[in-house]
Design a protein around this ligand. Structure first.
Ligand SMILES: Nc1ncnc2c1ncn2[C@@H]1O[C@H](COP(=O)(O)OP(=O)(O)OP(=O)(O)O)[C@@H](O)[C@H]1O
Ligand SMILES: [Mg+2]
Length: 291
């Protein structure tokens, strides 16, 4: 075991002994209507950006079909939530370390079947998730392409939802569809919009405004325009190098944008209905799963 992993284990053990603190662990679900718009790259680099600001972050790859956060970091994860449930190990055993010590958890394929079919397994999963309460400041869930029933539950249960769209009309229409679907189940839903792959600031703003306008006109949902990330060749270059662009190309336009999105996120007052933090998240998830 290398030094970094060793020190993580020690920290995790200490946390286990201390039990949960009063710190609320906020849950952010990152989603989109259309697939391939940059959710995973955003989730990873945003997580690193928050961490650079002193936050303790855990990134969870909930893309169960095509999990790839680990590939974006050049790591192949050996443990995941499915193993944890099957082997009855604890959540502390499946946290892995990425660059800059970023803590992440892989979902593992077949998670939805595992938890949908067996109530004991489902409860075990939720109990383990709840243990993260007080351990981190923020848990980020990266979800897969297309809004499945399961993703909708993560959207409805989270403290904050980041909805990623590109300026393409198809992506905007699909983002709108996600908001509509969500607002049917939760009229108080709120979203933070990130426009990815904008040619420039103006296109980012126009795209955001378009969504704000239709949401205000036709839906009850509240929207915050969190910011935009430019279309930047450094993103693709970093993906090919299997390094997060924020670390591989810290001076690129995309990295600058991520840092300003982090500032924007931290400066917004976020209010969530019901109990905030991962405890509330798990309570809401349990409730939705029973429906
Ligand atoms: N800001 C950007 N500038 C240039 N290219 C980008 C940018 N963001 C994403 N891309 C490109 O889009 C590809 C897909 O990104 P990513 O895997 O993050 O999308 P995703 O929304 O997670 O996809 P999926 O829906 O399949 O999970 C990246 O591999 C990269 O080539
Ligand atoms: Mg993805």
């Amino acid at each position: 075991m290398n030094d970094q992993a060793q020190s993580l284990r020690e920290k995790l053990n200490r946390n286990r002994e201390l039990g949960p603190s009063d710190r609320k662990t906020k849950v952010i679900t990152v989603t989109s209507g259309k697939g391939g718009v940059g959710k995973s790259n955003f989730s990873l680099n945003f997580a690193l950006g928050l961490q650079q600001k002193g936050q303790k972050v855990i990134l969870i790859d909930m893309d169960l079909g095509f999990a790839n956060i680990d590939i974006l970091m050049g790591i192949s994860s050996k443990k995941n939530i499915v193993n944890m449930i099957d082997n009855r190990t604890s959540i502390w055993d499946i946290i892995e370390l990425g660059p800059e010590g970023l803590q992440f958890i892989a979902g593992g394929s077949g998670l939805s079947q595992v938890i949908d079919m067996d109530e004991h397994k489902l409860n075990y999963f939720f109990d383990q998730m709840a243990l993260l309460n007080g351990y981190a400041d923020t848990v980020i869930l990266d979800t897969g392409a297309g809004v499945t029933k399961e993703t909708l539950r993560y959207i409805l249960s989270a403290d904050d939802v980041v909805l990623v769209t590109t300026p393409e009309p198809t992506s905007i229409t699909d983002a709108y569809a996600v908001m509509k679907m969500t607002s049917q189940s939760n009229p108080n839903a709120h979203f933070s919009i990130v426009v990815n792959r904008a040619v420039n600031r103006k296109e980012g703003r126009i795209t955001g405004d378009r969504l704000l306008m239709v949401a205000r006109q036709f839906l009850q949902v509240q929207l915050i325009m969190l910011g935009y990330v430019p279309d930047d060749a450094h993103v693709t270059k970093a993906v090919k190098k299997q390094e997060p662009f924020l670390l591989a190309y810290p001076n690129s336009r995309a990295s600058e944008a991520i840092r300003s999105l982090v500032e924007s996120y931290l400066s917004h007052k976020h209010t969530s209905a019901g109990e905030a933090g991962i405890k509330g998240f798990v309570i809401r998830l349990r409730h939705l799963w029973k429906k």
